[in-house]
Design a protein around this ligand. Structure first.
Ligand SMILES: NC(=O)c1ccc[n+]([C@@H]2O[C@H](COP(=O)([O-])OP(=O)(O)OC[C@H]3O[C@@H](n4cnc5c(N)ncnc54)[C@H](OP(=O)(O)O)[C@@H]3O)[C@@H](O)[C@H]2O)c1
Length: 254
């Protein structure tokens, strides 16, 4: 049923949908009526999310792929446009796939720097570019980019990772300025600490993470970010919340 929080009739791409924030966002947008196209590398986990959405009556297409590989980004767009009734539809793109890395410039593992930038910055920019091209032609659309609070306030605990989120935040604002005159909204969502697969991939442990965040109280679940994304997507088309930070209430910094 169409309500004011409805995304009925829209098609949404969500990358990094096999886990965490991406998974919660895909399920939430599908629950609000959007047809969702989900991407991640782990095909089996992606299919599980797709099955979960289908069982609840949602419309979903899983396209396994690497968000850091430009050819996979192209394929994701092509499959989406071919899938939608009448063709050419891609109303919402959530640029979420990404990974963290514990440590600063001295303390992080440099053998992971390239991989991190490839998905967090290059892949994100490729998807933003492709989505922007399609949406400018249609004169409408939403591009939601997942940054981070450490992409606004750098932290020595995640300095290298934070630099990639500064970059993607700058790209989001640059894109917003390019496309806003064509009816396309761009929103940068900057989460604080969210409990997800992120911590294990980044190499956070009790010692380099758990102790520091223990004082923050209750940490966020991915659903808090998904709810924020649904909120900004369902505002009137002439209202663009171009930046939003969502932290656990007890997180003082970054
Ligand atoms: N958790 C936090 O505290 C936090 C805070 C601020 C910002 N963020 C950002 O939020 C986003 C989502 O993170 P999360 O917390 O939900 O972590 P997560 O649970 O580890 O999920 C990350 C998702 O990204 C996908 N992914 C990673 N690399 C990929 C690649 N090369 N190609 C395609 N998919 C890829 C993963 O899927 P596969 O492994 O199956 O490919 C997974 O679905 C990231 O951009 C992260 O930087 C997280």
């Amino acid at each position: 049923m169409e309500t004011e929080n409805s995304l009925f009739g829209k098609t949404a791409i969500v990358t990094g949908a096999s886990s965490g924030i991406g998974r919660a966002t895909a399920v939430t947008l599908a629950g609000a009526g959007a047809a969702v196209v989900i991407q991640a590398r782990r095909r089996e986990r992606l299919e599980q999310v797709a099955a979960e959405i289908s069982v609840d009556g949602g419309k979903v297409l899983a396209v396994a792929g690497d968000a850091g590989v430009p050819a996979d980004v192209d394929l994701l767009l092509e499959r989406t446009l071919a899938w939608t009734a009448g063709g050419g539809k891609c109303d919402i793109v959530v640029v979420n796939a990404g990974r963290g890395l514990a440590g600063g410039v001295l303390g992080s593992d440099p053998s992971q720097w390239q991989d991190l930038y490839q998905v967090n910055v290059i892949g994100a920019a490729c998807l933003m570019r492709r989505a922007g091209q399609v949406m400018v032609k249609r004169k409408s659309g939403d591009i939601v980019v997942i940054g981070s609070v450490v992409g606004r306030n750098i932290s020595p605990f995640s300095g290298f990772y934070g630099s990639s989120k500064f970059a993607v935040g700058a790209l989001a604002e640059a894109l917003r300025r390019e496309v806003c005159g064509h009816g396309v909204r761009v929103s940068l969502v900057m989460p604080g600490v969210v409990v997800s697969g992120f911590q294990a991939v980044a190499g956070y442990t009790e010692e380099n993470f758990g102790t520091a965040v223990a004082q923050f109280g209750q940490l966020l679940e991915p659903q808090a970010i998904a709810d924020g994304i649904q909120w900004l997507l369902t505002l009137p088309p002439h209202v663009n919340v171009s930046e939003i930070m969502i932290r656990p209430t007890g997180q003082p910094a970054p």
